[in-house]
Design a protein around this ligand. Structure first.
Ligand code: SF4
Length: 340
């Protein structure tokens, strides 16, 4: 049975965590200068992405699109181009859509419930935006917070999914939230998960809340949280390398794709129209996405004399490649393997 933490302990835990956060938080650009827009952009960029990767994108984004109105007015291609390399491209489309909706509102929403009505905003992002900017008393709960709470209470539940953990740990997160400084408290929990209560080798000796932490007291914090692992899945994708008159054929991802919305990639062999002839293997790449181990096999392919291609395909010269928005790995592979 997890340790429930008493009402007497909670104010001490809050004070210790906030004192540590005030003294030791990382000086990230969206914390040094806070605005609703900066919080929104940082939260979108940081989903599924390491902070170190986000930093140069964030700075450049702020120079090009300094507020909701500037982003709302920007053409979609320019927005997608600035996201190139960050992955999960639907975030960029949603952020653009969100800016257009927010720019048209008479005033900004102030509660997590209101933010959640807007495109691309889930419960976690809504809580972060509303608590940091409007002191809304809604606790955030993401992977970092799940880890801290599971260890703090030595909760041995075997979670089937992070949604299940979020749902069940939500009431505890809400109980711990400091009502006077909800935004700072939320950021402190996330910061603790990111830099002290790390997945591997948590830094318990320097942790401000170790006094109350059952996982630490038991000597096995890394045993929590317990998550049902998905079996690794091996996937092979065959792609086509088609060069004609100095141009390379590329295919655009569907607009509603989570990872590849409107990004160009080397075409999949399976979806090419009839008449294209598969030749020798040109190169092979391996990568891991989530629980999938993906082998990409790229074949030389000969096009028919007059190929009929729909609007998803484009013939790109080396100059065109600079303008088009490509997924990060494909740009790298093309650079390595095309000597046009
Ligand atoms: S004491 Fe250790 S396990 Fe407990 S919250 Fe702190 S870093 Fe995590």
């Amino acid at each position: 049975m997890p340790n429930p933490l008493t009402e007497t302990e909670i104010p001490h835990l809050r004070a210790a965590l906030l004192g540590w956060y005030d003294a030791e938080h990382r000086p990230l650009p969206w914390r040094q200068e806070v605005s609703v827009y900066r919080t929104v952009v940082s939260e979108f960029m940081a989903q599924q992405t390491q902070i170190d990767t986000v930093l140069p994108y964030f700075e450049r984004w702020m120079r090009l699109f300094p507020d909701f109105a500037a982003l709302a007015d920007a053409p979609e291609e320019a927005v997608m181009k600035q996201w190139e390399g960050l992955g999960y491209y639907r975030r960029a489309r949603n952020l653009h859509k969100l800016a257009r909706e927010v720019a048209a509102l008479p005033e900004l929403p102030t509660t997590a419930a209101q933010w959640q009505e807007l495109p691309g905003i889930g419960p976690y992002t809504a809580a972060a935006i509303a608590s940091i900017n409007f002191a809304d008393r809604t606790a955030v709960i993401d992977g970092n917070v799940i880890r801290v709470l599971s260890r703090l209470t030595a909760d041995a539940t075997l979670w089937k999914s992070s949604q299940q953990a979020q749902k069940q740990l939500g009431p505890l997160a809400q109980r711990l939230l400091d009502p006077e400084r909800p935004g700072d408290f939320n950021q402190a929990m996330m910061e603790l998960g990111a830099i002290r209560c790390r997945k591997a080798r948590p830094d318990c000796l320097l942790c401000p809340i170790r006094t109350w932490c059952t996982g630490h007291r038991q000597g096995n914090p890394e045993a929590y949280p317990q998550v049902q692992r998905k079996a690794t899945e091996k996937v092979t994708i065959e792609r086509a390398w088609i060069v004609s008159e100095g141009k390379l054929l590329l295919e655009r991802g569907a607009a509603d794709s989570v990872r590849l919305a409107d990004m160009y990639e080397l075409p999949r062999l399976a979806t090419l129209p009839e008449g294209f002839a598969k030749g020798d293997l040109h190169f092979k790449q391996q990568r891991g996405i989530s629980h999938q181990r993906i082998t990409e096999q790229v074949y030389h392919v000969k096009p028919p004399e007059k190929p009929t291609l729909n609007g998803h395909y484009v013939w790109a010269s080396p100059t065109d490649l600079q303008q088009l928005t490509l997924s990060g790995p494909h740009r790298k592979w093309i650079r390595q393997h095309w000597s046009a």
